[in-house]
Design a protein around this ligand. Structure first.
Ligand code: PMP
Length: 432
């Protein structure tokens, strides 16, 4: 039964009149799945409540930050205390150093770091720094990886001429992406070839260590270890974009999980617990080039904002001390396996995978190993499944190319209810 969504529909009409596409970030519009967005009124734990009063089990978690659930009472209380003392000072505060120390304790490669206000800023700044430090201009990114919307990173991924660095959006001048080289994920030989063709010119390789913006693409151990070796051989900096995977796939992040130490890393999402934040950091000799310690300029009025820093600090503390990452991993895995089994029982081809509190599934025989694989899955089946699951009260990411997220507040009952709802939907899907 379709849910009543009249209020959301009315609110969307008003929004479209004044906000481009009715939203402030494109995927929210549900355009990829041919639907209309739900307007959310509030959230608590693992649940979202829309303007019409419908409740959903939420597997987006604000696109990752809500790892200990929405509006955790201890986080609300910590942020409220800080809020009463002022929102932003544009001056140093003790808590910024404390959050930096907490991040370094969990991720030792982050010897020094700089807070910013979004993942986009973190990646953009890390690359400027890499270029400034090495005196080289080129960078390598991977087909299907997203690193925010800075010009140099908005390279059309996936086309036959991907390695030529063609801008993926009007308004991005060719010059901005001229030095951006693109390689296929999980293809070490292609990366090595690019490095050899551009000897002593590549400042950095930037990668999502598990690609979450192209479904859920796991790197082979050979690939991820091989990148470290190649970077050492070519004096190229290795940058892990852990905006999504950070404190999400493992308490020590993807780099802890894979045992690979990048030169620089970027984080966002979980480290702000839902407030706007990002951070870039890594090797001390590299980070000491950032202004005012060094000549590479980067700044921000709201950087290190006390509300965001407090929200992130409390979230990380609770995640580390109050909850079990193993339990979160097991529950997420149970969901991924449960979805796959329910599909197969109903004659629907589905593959799935998970790591920590992050999961993905694809309507294909096997999980994708690169972006071309992800595009070859049955996207129509996904779109149908997504819309039907909304009607069952389950809120999944509205795109076949996005990963999903489970929080520590999702109970076994929530997971069971989700698998049951999926089984019901799969039983109506015929795959001839
Ligand atoms: N890097 C990755 C891996 C991301 O997933 C995202 C956002 N989804 C970003 C960078 C950009 O972060 P933000 O949206 O905070 O600018």
């Amino acid at each position: 039964m379709p849910l009543n969504r009249h209020k959301s529909q009315d609110l969307f009409k008003d929004a479209k009149e004044i906000l481009p596409g009715g939203v402030n970030s494109p995927v929210r519009a549900f355009g990829a799945v041919g639907g209309e967005p739900l307007f959310i009124e509030r959230a608590e734990g693992p649940y979202l409540y829309d303007a019409d009063g419908n409740r959903y089990i939420d597997y987006i978690g604000s696109w990752g930050p809500a790892i200990i659930g929405h509006a955790h009472p201890e986080v609300v209380s910590a942020v409220s205390d800080v809020m009463s003392k002022g929102f932003s000072f544009g001056a140093p505060t003790e808590i910024e150093t404390k959050l930096a120390q907490k991040i370094r304790q969990l991720v030792p490669s982050m010897e020094m770091m700089r807070f910013v206000s979004s993942g986009t800023e973190a990646c953009m700044s890390a690359l400027r720094l890499a270029r400034g430090f090495t005196g080289r201009n080129k960078l390598i990114k991977y087909n299907g990886c997203y690193h925010g919307h800075a010009d140099m990173l908005l390279v059309k991924a996936g086309s036959g001429v991907a390695t030529l660095g063609i801008p993926g959006s009007p308004g991005v001048p060719e010059g901005a992406t001229h030095d951006t080289l693109v390689a296929p994920f999980n293809d070490l030989a292609a990366t090595e070839a690019l490095l050899n063709e551009n000897k002593e010119q590549v400042a950095a390789i930037i990668i999502e260590p598990i690609a979450g913006n192209a479904n859920f693409i796991r790197p082979s151990q050979e690939f991820i270890q091989g990148l470290r070796k190649l970077c050492d051989e070519h004096q190229t900096l290795l940058i892990f974009d852990e905006v999504m995977t950070g404190f999400r796939v493992h308490l020590n992040c993807a780099q802890g999980l894979f045992g690979v130490k990048p030169d620089l890393s970027t984080f966002g999402k979980v480290i702000g617990g839902g407030m706007p934040i990002g951070v870039y950091g890594g090797r001390r000799d590299v980070m000491n080039k950032v202004a005012p310690a060094g000549p590479v300029y980067q700044a921000g009025t709201l950087s290190g904002n006390p509300l965001a820093v407090t929200c992130g600090m409390k979230t990380l503390e609770l995640l580390e001390n109050k909850y079990s990452f193993t339990e979160l991993s097991n529950r997420t895995n149970r969901l991924a396996v449960g979805l796959r089994d329910a599909a197969r029982k109903n004659g629907v081809t589905l593959s799935s995978d998970s790591e920590g509190g992050m999961f993905g599934f694809a309507f294909s025989e096997a999980m994708p190993k690169n972006f071309d694989d992800a595009k070859a899955a049955n996207i129509e089946a996904f779109n149908h499944f997504f819309a039907a699951m909304i009607d069952e009260g389950v809120y999944l990411a509205p795109s076949a190319y996005e990963a999903g997220f489970v929080s520590t507040t999702h109970s076994d009952d929530d997971i069971d209810a989700t698998i049951e709802a999926a089984a019901k939907v799969f039983s109506t899907m015929s795959q001839a």
